[in-house]
Design a binder for this molecule. Structure first.
Ligand SMILES: *[C@@H]1O[C@H](CO)[C@@H](O)[C@H](O)[C@H]1NC(C)=O
Ligand SMILES: [Zn+2]
Length: 491
């Protein structure tokens, strides 16, 4: 279980209006908050027990839980979507609060086949239920991560810097001037109403704050006063209402994903969409996207977000480089990468993948030990006389005898039905016909739409803020009334 370590965090409270003025904290606390940006969206759903409250994300997650594994390339694909790894898992091991230790167990899975153990090259994988790349048996033997990430000088930020943080999670270097400007913004004139409160911040508090950062503009106040209903204060965050900028003309025609929407022609209410495996791969991949990358793709239009997590993102972007361990660590927050083998190559929103890692053990060898009916791997002098052994990561998506380098999770020639809030099932004409409609069937029309980069951004945004993902992405509100769908009338 998670260790019980905690961080002492000082809150400055306005006792009159029951709100947090700011928080004064060292690097350990800021590291925990910034680590939120490295979490894949699927991990956030997992951590918050499928109650992230983000748009239709919980529902998408549940649809993957329910999906028959027969539609996936390998069983491990489901694990990759429901328990995605983070490319920053290694760094996050050094966080003071181990709130994510259960997400990324420090384990590797390897093969125990005696033939494989005797080889000089050996496969490992982070996902369980992966077949060995040489013998095809299930790799079910557990090995601890070799080595340890350096824990010199904080995790992401410079551990000699002190920070302050506003109620809506803007982070800045601690300075008198910064403190004063927050006072000014909150119109605090009388210091006698202020009170200091010290809070022991541990795993439970980290998860609580993660959730509030996603759904509230006053995350720290609601964290301190869970019963208080916060009145909307003056709009302090700079919300820009820019229209979505069109994709950077990197559209590759062969990557086009097409789906067919069935909708009410009067109000564009989407009944469901008929999609193929390419759309599912596109959509499911969002579960593997780290929050920081998702916010990066949407940073031109954050106005629909209820939470204040994007302020954390903008702070990481604008803070002086003295505040970070180095720019490499800042990039881990602003443009976090996918772990090796996670990328779906046809995705319109491209995320880089870290290369797969090899490591070498010398003078020792992994041995399979059986004790009390339980097998485990022990590193010991090698009985096969092999002194150097190379471990290479196996692609968990690769199924025996199937060539595919698209990085797809789903492999199915079937069509699927997707409801507007992302319930997903294989297409069944009977259930399609029995879908409850609150409008006359004569108003039902069919419309083909394709997804380019801009639409992909709209879908990601709608996924995080809306219960009507398809309708909001393809028929955004402001122009909804004017727009008339030129679909094919069905009746
Ligand atoms: C960390 O901050 C100190 C000042 O507080 C500065 O001297 C040092 O250069 C910083 N380290 C990095 C890596 O920027
Ligand atoms: Zn094997």
């Amino acid at each position: 279980m998670s260790s019980s370590s905690s961080i002492k965090v000082k809150f400055l409270i306005d006792t009159e209006r029951k709100r947090v003025v700011f928080v004064e904290a060292g690097s350990a606390f800021v590291d925990v908050l910034f680590s939120f940006l490295t979490l894949p969206l699927g991990s956030i759903v997992q951590l918050l027990s499928q109650r992230s409250g983000l748009g239709s994300l919980d529902n998408l997650y549940e649809s993957v839980v329910q999906l028959d594994a027969a539609h996936l390339r390998t069983e491990a694909c489901k694990e990759m979507l429901l328990h995605p790894r983070s490319a920053a898992a290694r760094q996050c091991e050094n966080l003071k609060i181990k709130y994510i230790s259960e997400l990324y167990p420090v384990l590797l899975y390897t093969c125990s086949d005696s033939g494989c153990v005797a080889q000089t090259t050996y496969y490992y994988e982070y996902a369980s239920k992966v077949s060995c790349g040489s013998c095809g048996n299930l790799m079910d033997f557990k090995l601890c991560w070799p080595g340890k990430a350096s824990d010199q000088g904080g995790v992401f930020v410079n551990d000699t810097v002190d920070f302050i943080m506003t109620d809506d999670l803007r982070v800045m270097q601690s300075s008198f001037a910064n403190g004063l400007s927050i006072f000014k913004e909150l119109q605090i004139k009388d210091a006698s109403i202020l009170e200091e409160r010290v809070i022991d911040f541990g795993t439970k508090e980290a998860l609580d704050l993660l959730k509030r950062s996603l759904i509230s503009k006053n995350a720290l106040t609601e964290f301190c006063f869970p019963d208080v209903c916060v009145e909307a204060s003056g709009d302090s965050s700079s919300s820009n209402k820019d229209e979505i900028v069109a994709g950077e003309a990197e559209a590759e025609a062969e990557n086009e994903i097409i789906l067919e929407l069935f909708l009410n022609q009067r109000n564009n209410e989407v009944l469901y969409a008929e999609v193929g495996e390419d759309f599912l791969n596109f959509l499911f991949s969002f579960l593997t996207f780290p929050l920081g990358s998702a916010l990066g793709f949407l940073s031109h239009n954050i106005s629909p977000f209820d939470g204040c997590i994007h302020n954390l993102y903008s702070s990481a972007k604008s803070m002086s480089s003295v505040c970070f361990k180095s720019e490499v660590y800042r990039d881990m927050l602003l443009t976090p990468k996918l772990p090796a083998f996670y990328e779906y190559k046809k995705h319109m929103l491209k995320l880089k993948e870290v290369p797969s890692q090899e490591f070498i053990t010398s003078g020792s060898c992994a041995q399979c030990i059986s004790s009390n009916g339980r097998k485990r791997i022990k590193i010991s002098p090698c009985p096969h006389g092999i002194t150097e052994k190379k471990y290479i990561q196996h692609n968990p998506k690769s199924a025996k005898g199937v060539e595919d380098n698209s990085g797809a999770f789903v492999m199915s020639s079937k069509k699927f039905m997707i409801s507007d809030n992302l319930d997903i099932s294989p297409l069944s004409l009977i259930s399609a016909m029995r879908t409850e409609m609150d409008f006359p069937i004569s108003e039902l029309v069919r419309k083909k739409v394709s997804i380019d980069r801009a639409k992909a951004q709209s879908l990601l945004s709608a996924l995080l803020v809306s219960k009507k993902v398809l309708a909001d992405a393809f028929f955004p509100k402001p122009i909804q009334k004017k727009q008339n769908v030129d679909g094919v009338a069905l009746f």
